[in-house]
Ligand binder design. Structure first.
Ligand code: AMP
Length: 276
């Protein structure tokens, strides 16, 4: 099977890393490679521009592809969004110069809007709108007098601030996605399942701890895990081990709470795969 992977930009390396972590054994491509095979699976990766991935997938040139959700929606391609991949997070936002009085999308109705996302801008902004189609450095357009507002991708917001801009609306939450054709092949669905097990595992940690039996109830009440924790007797009488899978985002607050509830010898290890 064939998968289209972004050839450059910020989605390239995390996409290749996903193939690694999924155990496909991608042959590390050189900077100029157009394709690379995988050692452990009958998968060939084609390196194409992130912008072109929806087209390749729609036309059936590849079984599936990785690109940004923003690009998929902007292209309006007839594809299936198989899986959100948990990297490349950003938002499509409408922004105006800091000194503008505009507070909402209604306030920029009819003004000139610079964007490289004309389709999404038309979809989300109340009409009529006067679009200035630019490719790259969209944030400069107001300062150059080309536009009064912009619609562009934002991750930290620092580029907006550096260019004297202020967001007035979030239009779309984006991240990297795996897409397949309108009717995905069994191979594409299989790969989506493999990727899902990796993406889910990245957000989880395996927790192990020891505790006196009489703190077990309090500890189990704290552990959020997807299922009931495993409780194993220890050689020391009155002591048990508790094992569970927990969301990585809970680690920060959970560990001190577990210690306070009587847990000791707490171990936290990464999870490689998670299948429900
Ligand atoms: P690039 O090829 O580096 O221009 O990135 C293309 C894709 O990366 C975009 O279409 C988004 O899906 C994603 N992305 C994540 N964060 C940002 C950001 N701050 N600016 C632009 N693209 C971003």
């Amino acid at each position: 099977m064939r998968i289209a992977v972004p050839s450059k930009g910020r989605l390239r390396e995390p996409s290749i890393q996903l193939l690694h972590d999924a155990g496909l054994g991608p042959e590390t491509p050189g900077d100029r490679a157009l394709a690379f095979p995988c050692r452990n699976a009958p998968v060939e990766a084609l390196l194409v521009r992130a912008d072109d991935v929806p087209e390749y997938v729609q036309d059936g040139v590849v079984d599936c592809g990785i690109t940004g959700l923003d690009i998929v929606r902007e292209r309006g391609a007839d594809v299936t969004e198989l899986l959100q991949l948990g990297f490349g997070a950003c938002t499509l936002e409408a922004a105006v110069p800091t000194e503008s009085t505009a507070q909402s999308l209604e306030d920029i109705a009819g003004v000139r809007v610079a964007t490289s996302f004309p389709r999404l801008a038309r979809e989300f902004l109340p009409g009529p709108i006067d679009l200035v189609d630019v490719h790259g450095s969209v944030e400069l357009a107001p300062r150059l007098g080309l536009a009064d507002a912009i619609v562009d991708l934002v991750s930290s917001g620092s580029t907006l601030r550096t260019n004297g801009l202020r967001s007035i609306a979030l239009l779309l939450q984006s991240e990297a996605v795996l897409i397949g054709p309108a009717e995905p092949t069994p191979e594409a669905l299989h790969l989506a399942g493999v990727f899902r097990s990796v993406v889910d595992a990245r957000g989880a940690r395996y927790l192990m701890l020891n505790a006196p039996e009489d703190s077990l109830e309090a500890i189990c009440a704290l552990v959020p895990g997807s299922r009931a924790p495993s409780v194993l007797p220890l050689a020391e009488p009155g002591m048990v081990a508790v094992h569970s899978v927990i969301p990585a985002t809970d680690v920060w607050s959970l560990l001190p709470a577990l210690e306070a509830a009587g847990a000791s010898s707490i171990l936290l290890v990464p999870v490689e795969r998670m299948l429900a």
